[in-house]
Design a binder for this molecule. Structure first.
Ligand code: MBD
Ligand code: FE
Length: 281
């Protein structure tokens, strides 16, 4: 038995759904006018599609069955984060001057174990993959080093699985909160993640197969970077040469977010430097 053979869409979907409920990221109050306007537009967009495309009862019932299955598989967080979150992020961060953000995705867990820099993310003794040293500095838009910066990093392992969303992985595997030094500098040792495939055995995978799309996200590091008095950024970093950098199923790649790691002089994996620039609050 291994993570690879035991992982199921329903288990990771149920985990992501439970996680979302705990985070309680719901709008406290959205006005009647706003709900009416947004829900009205979405319903109209669906009806326009039905009329334009002359959707049949067979197709309508297939949609109904599929929507029921998305809920049963717990895949609403996955579905929304893959196909909708990128435009929400674009609107939210349109006025930022610092580093680019991108989507959070469904697999963030707050309060991972914290460590001072230089740090090594929690990993198994025989963690597979290529070691990666990820380092840099956190600064303000004015160029000042930000003391007290915090770098939260989480990512998939060398098989593309996230701890707490796939069986058999230690609780905090490849997740950590790293406290930068008084110059905002950080050094984090981890393992290069693998590309991520949307589970093929759930509702989202069924849609992807039925539509003839591919199911891949390029390999990525997820980050939340913050410092006192500055806006937190949620972002991801990708790797040059990854075939899915150009066609991420989640539409979350931006050119500024693609890293080009170099081989380490000591032959021990790769290293890359990336600095974060935070906007003031
Ligand atoms: C991921 O790992 C991810 O980052 C997103 C956005 C969606 C699905 C899986
Ligand atoms: Fe991810």
């Amino acid at each position: 038995m291994s993570t690879e053979t035991e992982a199921t869409a329903a288990a990771s979907g149920a985990g992501a759904t439970a996680r979302f409920r705990e985070n309680k990221k719901f709008a406290a109050s959205t006005s009647t006018e706003r709900v009416g306007a947004l829900a009205g537009r979405i319903i109209k967009a669906v009806n326009d599609t039905v009329l334009d495309e002359k959707v049949t009862y067979e197709e309508y019932n297939a949609l109904k069955a599929w929507l029921i299955r998305v809920g049963e598989d717990g895949e609403w967080p996955l579905f929304l984060d893959v196909w909708v979150e990128h435009s929400v992020e674009e609107v939210a961060n349109a006025n930022r001057h610092g580093s680019k953000g991108t989507i959070e995705g469904p697999y963030y867990i707050p309060n991972a174990p914290s460590q001072d820099t230089p740090a090594t993310l929690p990993m198994r003794e025989d963690e597979p993959g290529t070691p990666l040293l990820f380092q840099g500095q956190v600064r303000s838009v004015a160029g000042e080093p930000l003391a007290g910066a915090l770098i939260e990093l989480w990512h998939a392992d060398d098989l593309g699985f996230y701890s707490q969303f796939a069986p058999g992985l230690p609780e905090w595997n490849l997740r950590g909160c790293i406290i930068a030094d008084d110059q905002g500098n950080f050094q984090i040792n981890t393992m290069q993640p693998a590309p991520y495939q949307i589970p093929t055995d759930g509702a989202c995978g069924a849609l992807i197969a039925a539509a003839g799309w591919h199911a891949w996200r390029p390999a990525h590091l997820h980050l939340k970077v913050s410092a006192p008095g500055h806006q937190l950024i949620t972002t991801q970093l990708y790797f040059e040469g990854d075939e899915h950098v150009a066609d991420d199923i989640a539409s979350a790649v931006k050119p500024e977010l693609v890293l080009a790691p170099a081989d380490r002089a000591d032959g021990h994996g790769r290293e890359v430097t990336y600095d974060f620039v935070l906007d003031p609050e």
